[in-house]
Design a protein around this ligand. Structure first.
Ligand SMILES: Cc1cc2nc3c(=O)[nH]c(=O)nc-3n(C[C@H](O)[C@H](O)[C@H](O)COP(=O)(O)OP(=O)(O)OC[C@H]3O[C@@H](n4cnc5c(N)ncnc54)[C@H](O)[C@@H]3O)c2cc1C
Length: 375
């Protein structure tokens, strides 16, 4: 997401761009994603607004329910859209990736190229690949995700992701009224766990479950339905229907991690974008959106300042570092609240959900969105 968005933005600005990807076959890394309005605004700027709207679900409301299905809060999202000037779109990751690849040019992504190190001098930066080949340019952008190799070069040491102490299961399922209404993002919460569905294009729900777990638990795909049935036993009927209807072979089961905020996002002619610079737990739904914001801001400084590449990258870092650090820490705190790190705080949050005005929820989301490059 970070690499393709940055590639499209830079190319549209007139730069020659090459993308190198370690996998030899492109496949989506998960089922769905909610792109909040700040991410969509970047796609609009890149001329992809209509395309993303076509693959997006219509998410008009957000419902919090307890595990028995009783409503805790019912939030109309249309005032949020008015407030921020753009609808959010939950999308399938495959659809999103295909859209981005088409926009950049699939044939221009060099596959099977694992970057093993990087180097630079005063005129250029070079990526060195596992097969011994190299690629040199004016700027090198590390968009290589949470286990980034480029990040190790920037900091001079390996940065290990921090396990967030919970497992996420996610996938896609055909939408039907036994599960949820098709314009609602529904989130069931209870006992420090959650189960959720949101509409994406083509009459499907992106679903996810979350539950605290120690690191290292493994479950074979064929046993995932049983695992979920046990964890969510006694939860509301739509959650049971979801567990019955999902295809366990297609469920992603992930241990969730983030990284501590980094002291630097750039060094000389080398910059980090996306998860390589600020991998976050997904509890604010902002990781991918922040990758898109990175792309816009990085491109803007390269285009609008002309002292040097190094100077443009420093300006990029100055604009992004605090924003992404705050969001990573905020998401981490929210993760702890949702997943029972301190059980009393989780209980308090359930109480708060019942009492909170919908406007408080949409104001909080709007504040995050409007903190991005487009207000
Ligand atoms: C369960 C879950 C739910 C999420 N939900 C949301 C959401 O609702 N909204 C949202 O905005 N975000 C969400 N996110 C976050 C979002 O998925 C990430 O922030 C986003 O995918 C980051 O994109 P990226 O391009 O930086 O990294 P990645 O998607 O990890 O891409 C990195 C790429 O670099 C390649 N690569 C890695 N190492 C090398 C190397 N050495 N050489 C060459 N290539 C390499 C990888 O193969 C990969 O293709 C979620 C994340 C998770 C885990």
């Amino acid at each position: 997401m970070a690499g393709l968005t940055t590639g499209i933005a830079l190319r549209q600005a007139g730069y020659e761009v090459e993308i190198y990807e370690k996998t030899s076959k492109l496949r989506p890394a998960g089922a769905g994603i909610s792109l909040w309005s700040n991410g969509i605004k970047i796609l609009n700027k890149l001329g992809l607004g209509e395309k993303v709207a076509a693959i997006g679900g219509q998410m008009n409301r957000m419902e919090y329910r307890n595990q028995y299905g009783e409503i805790l809060n019912d939030i109309n999202l249309l005032p949020l859209v008015e407030q921020v000037g753009q609808r959010p779109y939950p999308v399938s990751r495959t659809d999103l990736q295909n859209m981005m690849l088409e926009a950049f040019g699939k044939e221009d992504v060099h596959l099977g190229m694992r970057c093993v190190s990087v180097e630079q001098n005063e005129n250029s930066a070079t990526a060195i690949f596992a097969d011994g080949t190299t690629a040199t340019g004016d700027v090198l952008i590390g968009a290589d995700g949470i286990h980034s190799t480029v990040r190790n070069y920037l900091g001079g040491k390996k940065v290990e992701p921090c396990y967030a102490d919970y497992v996420n299961w996610n996938g896609l399922v055909e939408a039907n009224p036994d599960l949820a209404e098709n314009d609602v993002w529904v989130i069931y919460v209870g006992d420090g766990k959650r189960a959720s569905m949101m509409p994406v294009g083509d009459n499907r729900f992106y679903f996810f479950f979350g539950c605290p777990k120690p690191k290292g638990t493994k479950v074979a795909p064929k046993d995932i339905r049983g695992e979920l049935a046990e964890i969510f036993a006694g939860w509301a009927q739509p959650v049971q229907n979801l567990i019955a209807q999902l295809d366990p072979e297609q469920v992603n089961r992930l241990e969730i991690s983030d990284i501590d905020p980094l002291p630097h996002l750039v060094k000389g002619r080398i910059a980090l974008v996306g998860d390589s610079g600020h991998a976050t737990t997904p509890t604010l739904g902002q990781g991918g959106c922040q990758a898109m914001e990175d792309a816009e801001v990085l491109c803007r400084y390269l285009v609008t300042t002309n002292i040097s590449v190094e100077d443009a990258l420093k300006r990029y870092e100055a604009e992004r570092k605090e924003r992404v650090a705050k969001l990573v820490l905020k998401a981490r705190q929210r993760t702890d609240t949702i997943y029972n790190k301190v059980p009393e705080e989780t209980q308090q949050w359930y109480e708060q959900l019942k009492q909170e005005e919908p406007k408080d929820v949409t104001d909080a989301i709007s504040k995050i969105i409007l903190g991005g490059p487009f207000h």
